[in-house]
Design a protein around this ligand. Structure first.
Ligand SMILES: Nc1ncnc2c1ncn2[C@@H]1O[C@H](COP(=O)(O)OP(=O)(O)OP(=O)(O)O)[C@@H](O)[C@H]1O
Length: 257
């Protein structure tokens, strides 16, 4: 694949756009279609849940949105930057930069560094993003406060509860003020009530920060607070993402801090 154009001239926050995305994997002598002609737009400040059974293509689509996987065909745009378009993709180094500066990823496993405090987990990310070093800690503190963890800022992961670790995990993905937030199965290890609370936290942070959030789930019962649900089966979206409640009941995007 050749190189797509890089538009770095201050693009508007246009969220996440996936258009006619198809992804196949090698499968013996043929190929398995994991994502089949999927089109999905997530506007800034809103959360779309991607709901589907095991093997339906959720993680594969998330990997495409995260710029970790280049699809066979289709268009992918993150925060106004064309990642894949017209049969061309940005080079890997540019994708890595996008992941550092414009995309937040919440993995299923928290992957916190055992030797760093909650605050240090976030300042490290802020440093890696670049910018002025002296801005890193205030920014990290503000995001920790936004997830209600300022009291435990100086604790290492082993001294945090499972729920607190997960909030650090979510906060860490928001430190770089991403245009696009990708959340992989945040409720799989939680009971119903805690799962619902985690999804509510993600949706409220999404509104506060103006990120465009795609949240993978297989548990519809926890998704009451999201803005839309996109159902996937066998790699295909079953229908247009359905709003979960009337538009007038939803608040528009804002900015935190
Ligand atoms: N690296 C790979 N190589 C070959 N096939 C793969 C690969 N990754 C996924 N698949 C296949 O692609 C299809 C979609 O998988 P994917 O992991 O995206 O589904 P999923 O909905 O995320 O499933 P789960 O909920 O179990 O994580 C499945 O048939 C899977 O076996």
């Amino acid at each position: 694949m050749s190189t797509a154009t890089t538009d770095t001239a201050g693009p508007a926050r246009t969220g996440l756009v996936l258009e006619n995305v198809t992804l196949t994997y090698p499968d013996g002598t043929s190929r398995l279609t994991a994502v089949d002609d999927v089109s999905l737009t997530v506007p800034p400040g809103s959360t779309t849940a991607l709901l589907g059974p095991s093997g339906s293509g959720k993680s594969s689509l998330l990997a495409v949105a995260a710029t970790l996987t280049v699809p066979d065909s289709g268009r992918v745009a993150v925060g106004g930057i064309e990642v894949v378009a017209d049969g061309a993709a940005l080079p890997p180094a540019r994708c890595a930069e996008l992941r550092r500066t414009r995309i937040g990823i919440v993995f299923q496993q928290h992957r916190l560094l055992p030797s760093l405090t909650a605050l240090e987990q976030l300042t490290l990310v802020a440093h890696l993003q670049g910018g002025r070093p002296r801005d890193a800690e205030p920014r990290a503190r503000a995001v920790l406060a936004a997830v209600g963890l300022e009291e435990v800022a100086d604790r290492r992961p082993h001294a945090l509860s499972g729920g607190q670790r997960q909030r650090v995990n979510i906060a860490r993905a928001l430190v770089n003020e991403p245009d696009v937030l990708l959340v992989d199965e945040p409720t799989s290890a939680l009971d119903h009530e805690r799962g619902e609370q985690v999804v509510e936290l993600v949706t409220s942070l999404t509104r506060a920060t103006g990120a465009a959030t795609l949240l993978v789930s297989h548990d519809e019962s926890t998704l009451g607070s999201v803005d839309a649900v996109a159902r996937i089966s066998g790699g295909r979206l079953l229908a247009e993402p359905a709003p979960t409640r009337p538009a007038q009941a939803r608040r528009g995007p804002g900015r935190c801090g």
